[in-house]
Ligand binder design. Structure first.
Ligand SMILES: [Zn+2]
Length: 442
């Protein structure tokens, strides 16, 4: 058989054609090259390739032939080289502006240098496998722009898909790259010149992953994610709270308890540093009892053994006023934790009110400015804290997604283009929702 016998034929199937499994072409022969590679000679096996791209009429008069070298998926260790022997046709339809054309098939459109399935695989490596663009380009022997373009095409499935129903929205910020500072030549003062952020919106209850990101973190940046959202879980950010009150006036803002406890721990460290400086006239040293206790101070009561707790309770007051101050501050933190621990216990209004009162009066009576400051902050955020105790909703998913966002940025060695970064982030954080993180099941 010669190649010409197959040009334009349909349904021509041999084992090699079946093995290659590329729609629209048949394998005529395969040759071994001197460098160990293989060259595959293809002919068209799709009648529609004869249709004129301008008028759609099937051509009948051949004009000649042409050979192209489309690239395909790697196959085996040495890969394959294609030679597609295709026909040129005359279009003899009256009034058609196109006089002649060469064959094309959906897998290899006119002018395409890659098969559609190679392009698709390249894009899906980024979209679903969390690969970097550069790594996919290396693996598939493609250029960076080609892979990026393929990814953008594949990512449309993610960005154009309808958003899932969201009952609890998580809002969080992620720093984009490092902040940069510049010294003012006149005043000698350092000035922040670049500090870029993304604000992310997360399905905090379901498995929708990252719903979207916007650049920046001001009120105007925060989108109006409206219908169906009953609660919004955030860190203790006054900006986000203000934005949500404007954008989602019907939603209840829930403050993440983790950040409330973090605030109490910060307070403890501040008290320890200040009292050490006041009492000892210097910074803390490893030999100071309060320095030794610094980690225990940040631990929770239930994470301390009875011995550790007894040591702390007994040695700190021995340090006079400083020890008393630290113990008072620690108890304030524990009272706050006790209050937060009422979340999802079915505690009634009375029990919550009691725990709140205990925390606030302890702080007020303490006479320690940092402790009183903590009480004032918690009181200012009381509706949001109460909403947490009521519902137990947290922003933990935002934190988890933030980790993935940073991992993607690190793998890519940073992103110059913020839009590319958001697209990559959106795809990699919605893989679970799209069913792409499962391994084969036995
Ligand atoms: Zn035509």
């Amino acid at each position: 058989m010669t190649q010409n016998d197959h040009a334009g034929a349909t349904g021509f199937v041999n084992d090699t054609t079946l093995l290659l499994d590329l729609d629209g072409v048949s394998v005529v022969r395969v040759e071994r090259l001197a460098d160990g590679g293989r060259r595959v000679h293809l002919v068209t096996a799709d009648e529609r390739a004869r249709a004129c791209p301008a008028c759609g009429v099937f051509a009948t008069r051949a004009k000649g032939s042409a050979v192209t070298r489309p690239r395909d998926l790697p196959y085996g260790e040495s890969g394959l080289e294609f030679r597609w022997h295709k026909r040129r046709w005359w279009c003899r339809e009256a009034g058609c502006p196109r006089r002649s054309f060469t064959e094309q098939i959906p897998q290899i459109p006119a002018g395409a240098r890659l098969t559609a399935r190679l392009r698709g695989a390249a894009g899906r490596r980024i979209r679903d496998a969390g690969s970097t663009v550069i790594q996919a380009a290396r693996d598939l022997h493609l250029s960076w722009p080609t892979v990026m373009e393929a990814f953008r095409t594949q990512a449309r499935d993610v960005t154009e898909a309808p958003l899932p129903q969201v009952a609890v929205l998580g809002v969080d910020e992620t720093r984009r790259g490092r902040p940069s500072w510049e010294r003012d030549a006149d005043t000698g003062k350092w000035r922040l010149t670049r500090d870029r952020w993304h604000t992310g919106f997360v399905d905090a209850l379901g498995h929708g992953g990252l719903l979207g990101q916007v650049e920046g973190r001001t009120v105007a940046d925060v989108l109006d994610w409206r219908r169906g959202i009953g609660y919004v879980a955030i860190d203790m950010s006054a900006t986000y709270r203000a934005a949500i009150r404007i954008g989602l006036p019907h939603a209840t803002v829930v403050v993440d308890h983790f950040h409330v406890v973090q605030l109490a721990n910060k307070m403890l460290s501040m008290v320890r540093r200040r009292t050490t400086a006041e009492t000892r006239g210097r910074r803390g040293r490893a030999s100071d009892p309060e320095w030794k206790a610094r980690r225990r101070l940040l631990r929770n009561r239930e994470d301390l053994t009875d011995d550790q707790f007894a040591t702390m309770r007994n040695t700190l007051p021995g340090e006079g006023k400083m020890g008393q101050t630290l113990l008072t501050a620690w108890i304030a933190k524990e009272n706050l934790r006790t209050l937060l621990a009422l979340a999802r216990t079915g505690a009634d209004r009375h029990q919550v009110g009691n725990a709140r009162w205990k925390f606030l009066t302890w702080c007020a009576d303490s006479d320690i400015p940092e402790v009183r400051q903590l009480a004032a902050t918690v009181d200012r955020w009381w509706p949001e804290v109460a909403a947490f105790i009521d519902t137990g909703h947290s922003n933990a998913k935002s934190e988890g997604i933030n980790r993935v966002i940073k991992l993607v940025a690190r793998n890519a060695f940073g992103f110059r283009n913020a839009e590319n970064q958001r697209l990559r982030t959106r795809c990699v954080t919605t893989r679970r929702a799209r069913g792409h993180v499962r391994t084969a099941q036995l």
